[in-house]
Design a protein around this ligand. Sequence first.
Ligand code: EPZ
Length: 423
Amino acid sequence: MRGEVEISGAKNAAVAIIPAALMVNGVCRIENMPQISDTEMLLTILSHLGSKIRYINKSTVEIDSTSVNFSDAPFNLMRKIRASYYLIGAMLGRFGIAKTTMPGGCNFGARPIDQHIKGMEALGANVEVRNGFVYAEANDGRLHGARIYLDKVSVGATMNIILAAVLAQGRTIIENAAREPHIVDLANFLNSMGADIRGAGTDTVKVNGVESLHGGSYSIIPDQIEAGTYMVAAAATCGDVMVKNVIPKHLECITAKLRETGTIVQEYEDCVIVKGTSFVRRANIKTLPYPGFPTDMQPQMAVLLTQANGTSVITEGIYDNRYKYVNELRKMGACIDVDGRVAIIEGGTALTGAPVAACDLRAGAAMVIAGLCAIGRTEIEDVKYIERGYENFVEKLRALGADITAVNLPDMPENQENVNQAG
Ligand code: EPZ
């Protein structure tokens, strides 16, 4: 693949910032909003809750949550996405009461929310999970500050507790907090609306509760994982791609790992240029919380490593079962052994096109990369997963020279993509 690709706003920042707008007694103007199904779903949920949503253009939206009510909470939508758990912190923080469904989202094994609940209870809420719903209520009508030590480094729990704490009475300290860039982005958004959050991006976050949040404007950071996905696609197809609108600092771990495989990565102010090599070196990867190698880049890197010379080992440090896509890659000729959280990848295997399925969001993107490397045509089903987190995925890849089309065949499962080997 050759050419330039523009990165959109960060999905995992946007899916926390939209619920955060529910806490603002005024109008939030949010720029660089990614046009993906997860954000569209959350904006629909907020409109059911009474927020006024106005699209200024395709990537700028205004959310006015001055008068909201929960009479029409769309539980059927909430249970479809993981990020609906942020509605607990947002509702509880502003109104002292919340009712949501248990979250949905990609299935990589158990994805409990015990640390979220631990945080809400520490802030003075009574939380109950029954019949698939989460009920939470502030014991004294308003949450109070607390010191919370997270037993596990959790992105969602860190962000959810920040949401609940910004309007609580007093100071909250979150220790062993996650440090992802999207956590800093959420804190910066809330601070621009009048919150008082310090230390986001470190393992200790301090929140001084304020009385209310006012409206304002904010622009979401570029998506670290979308950028990484195109970087790996360029490496895997021996391409030459400029990935624009990125923050290179957020990509450091991905850049370092790609360089280990012999891929050339040139960093500039707000873009990186990635040049693939015909001799891909093997590499070992362990996924870890930021700034470690991101778990959301694990499937994509596995595809690149099937093209490497030698044997590579991936250790999944975050989830119990994030290798469902390996069976799909095996249909294309990949030689990968999985034992629990470890995958052993025999490199040097020419992939061949085949009918495969997208098991989840990032696995779906990985299957597309595999299709671009493979000899022949690959048909990928269930690409609705990909649309959850990648804006205009097919169009952006076609602009880079990929032979890819999205089709809805009447007698086939909807949302299928056909991918041929990249030029
Ligand atoms: C967020 O999920 C992202 N999703 C995921 O991205 C990402 O893989 C993950 O963070 C890790 O970076 C969103 O932001 C919407 P965690 P989240 O809480 O918050 C365990 C994508 O592709 N845990 O950091 O659910 C959990 O089971 C998606 O964009 C508990 O045990 O992740 C996991 O093993 C996929 N108890 C680990 O911690 C809890 O209360 C990290 O989970 C919470 C989490």
